[in-house]
Design a binder for this molecule. Structure first.
Ligand SMILES: [Mg+2]
Length: 269
């Protein structure tokens, strides 16, 4: 897809996620909108996958560690054809596989997540196995900034750098807000790029809403070392009353707020 099309994909999945969270009276829409552009570029222009054969051995692997942002993932997986979009109506209802955190029972999801700090370590294990097998598979892991407070991530970061896991690309959704406050208030991460660099990672910093910048960063990963893309993002991106606010980590939009949010997303360039 070209940038225009990935932007359309980002809009479509943002609107679906808004509707899903509204219907289910669920949380985490701010976290979803923060990474909509990242997953749109990934699924629209970067990843190798076959929706008719979800376990195709040569597929690229996507491990979304911030499993609470599952609505945007279910939306993109449905949009690209892993399952019928009508199934999104089930999100958050009793008995559905589309639960409030990511489930590997959903087609296209590699790993159930929600307990933070688990995704990157698992991605490291897959990347090491792929390296031993000399496979061309790439492994992408999307992390929140807040979950970098988990020590398990730093073990994984040390390990991947030491093992030169060049097929691994970590993407940090760096929206500067975590569940109980701003990242700088709760546990400062800066200088974040320097920390990854010190652990022998190739580091790229981008505007996480700039599709061309994301595409270049995702396509031009290092062939020698693991790559981290530090994506500077805005929590609640695209909806004026959600952007940069902690409350929308939790709140669900009212019918009126949903209509306004959809109108604002549709009006984005
Ligand atoms: Mg955050």
């Amino acid at each position: 897809m070209d940038n225009k099309t990935t932007k359309q994909l980002a809009k479509a999945i943002s609107i679906e996620a808004l509707k899903m969270v509204h219907r289910a009276n669920a949380s985490h829409i701010g976290s979803c909108l923060s990474m909509a552009d990242i997953v749109a570029v990934l699924y629209g222009s970067v990843l190798r996958y076959d929706t008719k054969n979800p376990t195709w051995p040569e597929r690229d692997r996507v491990i979304v560690s911030k499993g609470h942002a599952c609505a945007i993932m279910y939306a993109v997986l449905a949009e690209v054809g892993y399952f019928d979009k009508a199934m999104l109506e089930e999100y958050g209802t009793n008995g559905t596989t589309l639960q409030g955190h990511l489930s590997h029972h959903v087609s296209g999801v590699e790993l159930s997540t929600g307990s933070l700090g688990h995704g990157l370590p698992v991605a490291c294990g897959i990347a090491l196995a792929m390296k031993h097998a000399s496979a061309a598979t790439r492994i992408f892991s999307i992390l929140s900034d807040g979950e970098l407070d988990e020590g398990s991530n730093w073990e994984a970061i040390l390990f991947a750098g030491h093992q030169k896991l060049h097929s691994l690309v970590a993407i940090v959704d760096y929206n500067k807000i975590q569940s109980f406050g701003s990242v700088s208030e709760v546990l400062e991460l800066e200088p974040l790029a320097d920390k990854w660099r010190a652990c022998h990672w190739h580091v790229v910093e981008v505007d996480g809403h700039d599709h061309e910048a994301l595409l270049q960063a995702l396509k031009n990963k290092s062939s020698q070392a693991p790559t981290v893309i530090i994506a500077h993002t805005v929590k609640g991106k695209g909806v004026s009353f959600m952007e940069g606010t902690l409350a929308w980590h939790y709140k669900s939009p009212s019918p009126e707020q949903l209509q306004q949010a959809i109108a604002e997303i549709e009006a984005m360039p």
